[in-house]
Ligand binder design. Structure first.
Ligand code: NAD
Length: 439
């Protein structure tokens, strides 16, 4: 059966998923309420940066297999399967998730569901959301009994979204019936034939898998950052410690990298939402652990600011600080809850002249913090700087030759917030190099 797929929400997740479904051979309709975004995507223009995704979108828009619309009526009559990919940000002033986009999307879609279909949640949600959405659909969709809800959490990483979508390391589906399972197995048949493991489970487990994965990764990062604090207190070196720890197969080296900590549109809000949900569910120790993970993580930014002040002799007022990186991680223009941008903004607030450069995240950063000074190269950011900060580990910064900055900076002092530069190389070039968790 040639299934027709609608993907509701055309952000980082939805656009990637829509293009991935088109690449798998399905006819796909992307839906968003943002008219400008829909118009750009319909022209084959990607409204954000994600390596390789623009080409995939253009290929399938040009081939006619991928279209975009703002019309839920069109979406309802088109799709056999409707994926929900809208945002679930942190609620303003609270820790829990804001499910407004999701509710609005389901309310907009349901009246147009007049025949058998499966609605599949992909957004990251507090456990229990799927059950509530299923009840909403049952009361508001004209085809009620023929509309089924399933959950299929997404694990893609920004910066690697295309490969993660085309070749995921697992597919998880939460279903209530064999019909939904059959439809999802068919949609993902290419990946399944290629040997991608499939976990079939119930709705709450599928919802929990995603937040549990993020909570685990966040905990691992905060763990090594806690060890970085112990290293600083004792003269140890956290990079050597992580190297030794990571060689243990049971621990593994990934996400064991001490530095400025995690950020972005997922990990921080997901662990907060899980903590809030754990409290609601009467599991307070889960919330306690996650709040500590969050607290350690946010403490990295404060520590980085302290180090910068120390590096300027205790007073940063009027000092020139060059900042390399604003994106929350390399290969992305996403600055949502970006530690790099947060540190840059804090330094400006305490009186430093901050000049920032990021290879792709300039416009997203500028719209969030318009008062910082944005420049177009690392050398420009470093010009006359009393201090240079490396805050997002773009390959361009790792490749930077410190000798190229001779005569550019006012003072050769670099703080490596990502523990990623070659410390020896910078020291040999005459720089004072400091990083979190290292002597
Ligand atoms: P995003 O903000 O980039 O995209 C959300 C999109 O939904 C926007 O384009 C917005 O205009 C649209 N939208 C909002 N309300 C809508 C509505 N009622 N109908 C149709 N469209 C609507 O967010 P994102 O990063 O793509 O994240 C989406 C979800 O996926 C979140 O739950 C997130 O936690 C989860 N997720 C994200 C990633 C990631 O790497 N970004 C990875 C896995 C899971």
């Amino acid at each position: 059966m040639a299934l027709r797929v609608s993907v509701i929400g055309s952000g980082y997740l939805g656009t990637t998923h829509a293009a991935g479904m088109a690449e798998a051979g399905w006819e796909v309709l992307g839906v968003d309420i943002d008219e400008a975004k829909v118009a750009a995507l319909a022209r084959g223009e990607l409204p954000f940066y994600e390596p390789g995704l623009g080409d995939l979108v253009r290929k399938h828009v040009a081939g006619g297999r991928l279209r975009f619309t703002t019309s839920f009526e069109e979406c309802g009559s088109f799709g056999d399967v409707h994926f929900l990919c809208v945002g679930t940000p942190q609620r303003p002033g609270e820790l829990g998730a804001d499910l407004g986009q999701l509710r609005f999307a389901v309310e907009s879609l349901a009246p147009h569901l007049r025949r058998q279909c499966v609605v599949v949640g992909k957004s990251t949600v507090p456990v229990g959301t799927a059950e509530r959405l299923a009840a909403m659909l049952a009361t508001t969709a004209p085809a009620d009994g023929d509309v089924e809800l399933a959950w299929n959490p997404e694990f893609l990483r920004e910066g690697h979204a295309v490969e993660d979508t085309l070749r995921p390391d697992r597919i998880v589906i939460g279903v209530q019936s064999e019909i939904a399972e059959k439809v999802l197995r068919e949609l993902y048949v290419r990946q399944l034939r290629a040997g991608v493991p499939l976990v079939v489970t119930d709705l709450p487990t599928a919802e929990l898998v995603k937040v549990a994965a993020n909570a685990f990764l966040a905990t691992k990062i905060s763990f090594i950052n806690m060890m970085a604090d112990l290293c600083e207190a004792t003269g140890g070196d956290v990079t050597a410690l992580a190297d030794a720890l990571g060689r243990d197969d049971r621990i593994g080296e990934r996400f064991l990298h001490a530095g400025l900590g995690f950020g972005g549109g997922c990990l921080p809000k997901d662990i907060r939402a899980l903590a809030a949900r754990a409290d609601e569910l009467g599991v307070p120790h889960a919330a306690t652990l996650l709040r500590e993970v969050d607290r350690i993580n946010l403490g990295r930014r404060t520590r980085m600011v302290q180090l910068a002040v120390e590096a300027c002799g205790g007073n940063i007022l009027g000092k020139r600080v060059g900042v390399l990186g604003t994106a929350f991680k390399p290969r992305s223009d996403d600055v949502r809850d970006s530690p790099a941008l947060n540190v840059a903004a804090q330094l400006q607030l305490i009186g430093a002249h901050v000049r920032v450069y990021d290879p792709v995240a300039r416009s997203t950063a500028e719209s969030q913090y318009p008062t910082l000074e944005y420049v177009s190269s690392a050398v420009e950011a470093a010009a006359d700087a009393d201090l240079l900060l490396h805050l997002t580990e773009w390959q361009e910064f790792l490749d930077l030759d410190p000798c190229d900055l001779d005569g550019v900076v006012a003072r050769k002092y670099i703080l490596d917030g990502r523990n990623a530069l070659d410390a020896e190389r910078w020291r040999v070039a005459g720089w004072n190099y400091r990083a979190l968790g290292r002597p």
